[in-house]
Structures are given as structure tokens and as C-alpha cells.
Design a protein around this ligand. Structure first.
Ligand code: EZ4
Ligand code: CO
Length: 403
């Protein structure tokens, strides 16, 4: 069997997604998510101009060899654009391998290690009462774990909080990025009161998560971790900017609050110190941005050695193809922790027909051969790409801060 065609489709059913489609001489089709939120066309170009021509004529069964060929063959290492592109190829080839074998991908990865994958949903509120209502809705749906984000008083916009009813929390602008506002001192006083209110109303049976979104210094993050200890968070995420691995030594020295980081990291080498020094509890790297199933599996195996569990990024900007791939891998690894699940807005389901299921807080990838997601190119064509920027964040004095 040979690869006969590889093409990239950029579509916007609710938000932008880039999808790699790989066809074989046996008539099989494999898909991979190539979406890099706000920089979609860079990955599309990387694939179209530099990778797709190398795929045609190759044996799709040689997944690891293709990974090494694309990674080492580029000479230039790592980075979100290259690693998302390689991830898309890797994921599409696992899809094809599953379809060839007539088995769901999780069976090829060693089979299920659990009955279902615990996921967490995103509760948010423009104030604490609204957040409490939002948490109640997730519990009603059966979620066992919920991320809680509330607007910080005095800030015009807060990460993770929708701007109005039915609005997404992550505004994306066509011309110039929207600008948020931030002061760490205000946030640090406010965040523990949010946890206190949620625990008071719902008790301790539900897992509570929180995303700091890269905004604190190491000692501020240590203070937050200590302040939240009485409320026993499942984790605090991205307490400091992820690229500074040694910052986590400072946080770790001060608090027993579990730490998660890594959604912006793209390889096993980017988390080597974090894992081997046991500086984190959960690693947020994803199939979509961290070199695909093959590479993330190695990264998880490293985590297994050091007691670090998975907690993969699964925001709505990762397509249903990436979500399915994540669920297959989550189901198999021994050190699974939790999986983020934000879902996808209409009309994404017209373009991506997925077979994964949600039951009582747990997801399952389904038993269709391959990944179990059908990509409808005719439907995709009805939703053309829309240029969008992620927001930029500023302190109250105007200084650009991490978003
Ligand atoms: O901001 O995926 O935990 N989830 C997150 C996401 C990220 C977006 C960026 O594209 O932090 O909301
Ligand atoms: Co995050």
C-alpha cells in the first residue's frame, strides 16, 4: 500500500480547523488535526509546501519511520508549527493503520486500561453566583470534574469567562487581537474566595480545576498554591509561563497543591526537567501539538517512570479528530489522569462526524476502525476559513502581559 494523496483542508465550522487528509492506494482515508489556533495557515503551508510532497509514494504502515523522517529530516527542531504538522501526519497514519486492521486505534496501542476516560468541563461566570450556576449545570450533566473560572473584579475581561450569554470565553478577532486586562495582586486575593464559594455550595466530592493561564511569577504561584490548599484543587494549571521549567522548583518547594503545565509545549524535551525532577503532577501536552500519538505516547511513558499523569489539553480549538485521538491514547496508558473536554460548537458536527461518546462524566472513543471520525470535505467547503487572532493581555498600566 502507498500514500497516493495528502492534502490540507482549512475550514471554519464555528471556529477554524486545519485537517490533513491522507489517501492510500487501497482506497483508505486517514485524517489528522493540524490546527494551531490563531496561526492556522502557518501549519497548513508547512504541510502543503514541505511535507505533503514527501508523503506521496510512502508506505502508510511505517508510522515511526515517517515520524523520524519528518522530524530529523527537517534539521530544524521542535516548535509548534513543525510539531503540529508532524502530529497531523502521525495521527492520520494511525487512523489508516486502524482501518487496515479493522480495529479502533486504542486496540493497536495495547487495548483499554480502563472503562472510560474521565473528562472535565469548563464552568465560568461573570461573577461568583453565575459560576455556581454554571458548575451546577456540569454536575447535572454527570461531570465528575469541573474547571472553575470567574471574572476578576475590576478587570475589563478575564481569561476563561464568556463575555455574554451563549458567547465563547475566548474572543477571537478578525483584524486586531482583542485586549484583556490583568493585575496579579487583585487576582491573588480573589481566586481563593472563588474556591471557597464553590466548595461551600458543592462540597468536596467534585474535582475542581483552575487555569491560571501563565500569569504569575513563581513566588506568586507558590502563594496561590498555598492559599488554595484548604479547597483541595485537582490541579492549578499553567501557574507560570510554561517555557521556564525551573520556575516549578520554586512553586513545588512551597505547596502541595497539584500542578499541571504544558499545553503550549511541543515535545518530550520540553518537559524533561519537569518530569524527571517530579516538578509537576499532570502534563498538559496534546496529540495535536506534541507530535501526534507516537510522540505523546513516549512522553507519557517517561511520565509513568516519575509518577506524572496525563491531563491533555482538549480545548475547542483542537478539532474532533484530535479529541478522538486523545481518547484512544487516554484509554490505554497506565498513568492516565484526566482529559479536558470543551466540546465543539455547531456546525462542527456537520464537518466532523465522530463516534466518541460521553456517559456520566466519562468518554469513550468508540469501536469504529481507526480513530472513528469521518471528515466531510463537501461540508467543510461550506465554511471557509476566517482570519482570527487570539487576545493579547495588558496590565492596568498598559504593559503587555502573558495571555
Ligand atoms: O487558551 O486552547 O486549558 N485550556 C486553555 C485554552 C487555550 C486555548 C488556546 O488556543 O488554556 O483555552
Ligand atoms: Co489551559
Amino acid at each position: 500500500m502507498k500514500i497516493t494523496d495528502a492534502r490540507v483542508v482549512v475550514t471554519s465550522p464555528g471556529r477554524n480547523y486545519a485537517t490533513l487528509v491522507v489517501e492510500t492506494s487501497d482506497g483508505l482515508v486517514g485524517v489528522g488535526d493540524a490546527t494551531l489556533n490563531g496561526r492556522e495557515l502557518a501549519v497548513a503551508t508547512y504541510l502543503r509546501d514541505h511535507v505533503c510532497p514527501l508523503l506521496v509514494g510512502r508506505d502508510p504502515a511505517r508510522i515511526e519511520d515517517t515520524w523520524q523522517y519528518l522530524y530529523k529530516g527537517a534539521y530544524w527542531r521542535r516548535g509548534p508549527v513543525a510539531m503540529t504538522a508532524i502530529a497531523a501526519v502521525d495521527t492520520a497514519l494511525w487512523d489508516i493503520k486502524g482501518k487496515t486492521a479493522g480495529l479502533p486505534v486504542y486496540e493497536l496501542l495495547g487495548g483499554a486500561s480502563r472503562d472510560g476516560v474521565m473528562v472535565y468541563g469548563h464552568a465560568d461566570g461573570r461573577d461568583v453566583p453565575e459560576l455556581l450556576d454554571s458548575v451546577a449545570e456540569y454536575l447535572q450533566l454527570g461531570y465528575k470534574a469541573v474547571r472553575i473560572q470567574a471574572a476578576v473584579p475590576g478587570m475589563a475581561k478575564t481569561y476563561g469567562v464568556s463575555t455574554g450569554d451563549g458567547q465563547v470565553y475566548e474572543p477571537a478577532n478578525a483584524h486586531l487581537p482583542e485586549e484583556g486586562s490583568w493585575e496579579s495582586s487583585t487576582y491573588l486575593d480573589f481566586a481563593p474566595t472563588v474556591f471557597e464559594a464553590v466548595r461551600e455550595r458543592f462540597g468536596f466530592a467534585v474535582h475542581l480545576l483552575h487555569d491560571v493561564h501563565h500569569r504569575l511569577t513563581p513566588i506568586e504561584a507558590a502563594r496561590l498554591g498555598k492559599a488554595l490548599e484548604p479547597y483541595r484543587p485537582f490541579w492549578i494549571e499553567d501557574a507560570t509561563p510554561a517555557e521556564d521549567q525551573s520556575a516549578f522548583r520554586v512553586i513545588r518547594a512551597h505547596t502541595t497543591t497539584p500542578l499541571a503545565v504544558g499545553e503550549v509545549l511541543t515535545s518530550i524535551w520540553d518537559v524533561q526537567t519537569l518530569i524527571t525532577e517530579r516538578l509537576i503532577d499532570y502534563v498538559r501536552t496534546s496529540v495535536a501539538h506534541t507530535g501526534g500519538i507516537s510522540h505523546l505516547r513516549k512522553l507519557y511513558a517517561l511520565g509513568e517512570l516519575y509518577g506524572v499523569r496525563s491531563g491533555a489539553h482538549g480545548a475547542g480549538d483542537l478539532s474532533p479528530v484530535a479529541h478522538a485521538a486523545a481518547l484512544h491514547l487516554d484509554l490505554t496508558i497506565p498513568n492516565f489522569g484526566i482529559q479536558e473536554y470543551m466540546g465543539h460548537r455547531d456546525p462542527a458536527a456537520e464537518v466532523f462526524r465522530s463516534s466518541y461518546t460521553f456517559t456520566d462524566g466519562y468518554m469513550h472513543p468508540g469501536n469504529a476502525p481507526g480513530l472513528g471520525v469521518e471528515f466531510d470535505e463537501a461540508a467543510a467547503a461550506r465554511f471557509p476559513y476566517q482570519p482570527r487572532y487570539l487576545p493579547v493581555n495588558r496590565r492596568l498600566d498598559g504593559t503587555v502581559h502573558d495571555w
